[in-house]
Design a protein around this ligand. Structure first.
Ligand code: VG1
Ligand code: CO
Length: 564
């Protein structure tokens, strides 16, 4: 074996102008990473360059991914570049895998300076699919806009990157591997860790596993079905739910991570997780859940596939928060939701007199509030829920939270949901996604709607559909002032709020790699009539939203790609 130190090269490169991360990381088609020279290297170098060299040398960085196509290739490059960039120590997930919540947990556990998570989350994978890179900071959460912009600026002027091409890592063996380099930063240490165990340990300290074990495998146990959709969360589900809490093996399906997620879109919603809903329809299971590829999203289902909207799920967890041992000890400092998420949470906050925050879409905004000790539980309508145990949304945590509430209340999902609506009334909520829209058409639509709602006569304008009349009370482009650092984030979605509290919101998604995604969020509240069909209740608002935006006329579409 050759024991001479590994060579460190400085390679000239040319910048790209489009490496601006979206709502959560840089997401591009796999072929962009494959065919555009150094596309990956440039971005990774920009991440390293954004961290002061002294900070890099003295600290650890976490790396892992959701296992999608190109995951392994990217990890090899990142390890070689980390070594050449003087990173002191890398903590890498076994086989290069790590769910997003586990990565947040590992960053915090090892007091790392941050982490690189290789995932395009709910976007499709495979050679024709998407690849993505998220960068998280020392608190374990997504980098804030300041850091993201710094990385973007560096990527626009990059001239060279450093790499150690001879470095070969064994991702299959747990433990430390040390490498000697010919530069001054030696030795370089990589530690392959069992992120599943670190994460499981965190969960053991949040929930009462004895109670959960009784619920899931005791004498009167319930039957559950969890669908990991071939994403990275499969091994976590197996270890925690099956090995530890005693669920039968067949309760957890699609638990082997696959490069193309079995050809399906790893997005837990009514369309892409339809298989799970179908299987639950006949009533064989009391509880169901699905996750996205990187394990940060969750969809909760009750018996017969009863769908719990994420906004309601968040409100229910908030209302029952003291069933969860972690919160019994830590107390609850604040609640938060992203702006488009329904106001169901607001009602709980008001009743319990707990402070409520409304943030822009994307998890990074919650982290600041949590770090300042202002926030304990938060969520988004897009199937994200979590507490302040980490700084990411956490799919499996949400499942364990629901199971804990079921065990504590001795009620089914349906009973819990109905009780909640009876107590607070119901916020009917739906989201229309129009995917793959021509970018110019989408931007034009947003500009026109913004102009229209900015008109001083727009407020008080009335819209009538059949016997329903909605009067505009407020309309704006949502802007957020962070209560901790006073930073202002503008242009976060167009809101039309009616006098009865109903809302129409238009946003352009920031996670698509193909064209634009137009999202329309609709919400209305009913105190009494809590058992109506969501789509029926919201149909008049949908008509108004389409009339105002002229979206179908502008795009030639006749309906959304996905309705949640
Ligand atoms: C979407 C969701 C947003 C979520 C983001 C990242 O963003 O709407 O709520 O935080 O995805 O989730 P956008 O900008 O496309 O609407 V994940 O699980 O894809 O990292
Ligand atoms: Co995700």
């Amino acid at each position: 074996m050759d024991n001479s130190p590994l060579r460190v090269l400085t390679v000239p490169t040319s910048p790209y102008s489009d490496q601006k991360p979206g709502s959560n990381g840089l997401r591009r088609k796999v072929h962009v990473f494959q065919s555009r020279k150094n596309y990956l290297h440039n971005f990774i170098q920009s991440i390293f360059s954004s961290i002061d060299l002294r900070d890099r040398q003295g600290s650890a960085l976490v790396v892992g991914g959701d296992g999608r196509f190109f995951n392994q290739t990217a990890i090899e490059v990142i390890v070689q570049m980390a070594a050449a960039n003087g990173v002191g120590r890398l903590i890498v997930g076994h086989h290069g895998l790590m769910s997003t919540p586990a990565c947040s947990c590992v960053i915090r556990k090892f007091k790392a300076i941050g982490g690189i998570i290789l995932t395009a989350s709910h976007n499709p994978a495979g050679p024709d699919g998407d690849f993505g890179i998220k960068f998280n900071t020392a608190n374990g959460g997504p980098a804030n806009d300041g850091i993201t912009n710094k990385i973007f600026q560096l990527s626009r002027t990059i001239e060279e990157f450093a790499i150690c091409p001879g470095l070969r890592l064994d991702l299959t063996t747990l433990g430390k591997q040390t490498f000697d380099l010919e530069n001054k930063f030696k030795p370089f240490i990589v530690e392959i860790v069992d992120a599943v165990e670190s994460y499981a340990n965190l969960m053991r300290n949040i929930f009462d596993f004895a109670t959960l074990k009784e619920l899931l495998s005791g004498e009167n146990h319930i039957k559950i079905r969890l669908d990991a959709m071939h994403g990275v969360v499969g091994p976590y589900v197996k270890r925690i739910l099956c090995d530890e809490l005693g669920c039968p093996d067949n309760c957890a399906v699609n638990c082997v991570p696959m490069e193309d997620f079995g050809g399906h879109r790893p997005d837990p919603n009514l369309i892409y997780a339809a298989d799970l809903i179908d299987i639950m329809r006949d009533g064989a299971y009391d509880f169901g859940a699905a996750f996205d590829s990187d394990g940060d999203r969750n969809m909760i289902l009750g018996k017969h596939g009863l769908f719990v909207t994420p906004s309601d799920s968040l409100a229910v967890i908030a209302d029952n928060i003291f069933c969860i041992p972690y919160f019994q000890h830590s107390g609850v400092r604040g609640l938060a939701r992203s702006m488009p998420t329904s106001a169901a949470l607001d009602r709980v906050a008001k009743a319990t007199k707990i402070e409520l925050y409304e943030t822009p879409t994307g998890w990074k905004f919650f982290g600041n509030l949590m770090d300042a000790g202002l926030l304990s539980l938060c969520g988004e309508e897009s199937f994200g829920t979590s507490g302040d145990h980490i700084r990411e949304k956490d799919g499996l945590w949400a499942v364990l939270a629901w199971l804990t509430i079921m065990a504590s209340r001795r009620q089914s999902v349906e009973e819990i949901l109905q009780y909640h609506w009876l107590k607070y009334g119901r916020n009917y909520f739906t989201r229309y996604d129009y995917e793959n829209i021509d970018i110019d058409a989408a931007c034009e639509m947003m500009e026109d709607v913004e102009l229209m709602i900015a008109d001083k006569n727009f407020v008080r304008q009335r819209f009538a559909v059949e016997d329903k009349i909605y009067q505009v009370e407020k309309a704006d482009n949502f802007e957020y002032t962070d209560p901790v650092d006073s930073s202002i984030t503008r242009n976060q979605g167009l809101r039309i709020i009616f006098s009865d509290g109903s809302r129409i919101i238009y946003r352009l998604g920031g996670t698509s790699s193909d064209g634009a995604t137009v999202r329309i969020y609709l919400e209305t509240y009913d105190k009494e009539a809590i058992f109506q069909e969501t789509q029926v209740v919201l149909a008049p608002l949908a008509t108004i939203a389409l009339k105002i935006s002229q979206l179908h006329h502008r795009t030639g579409r006749t309906g959304p790609s996905v309705i949640t």
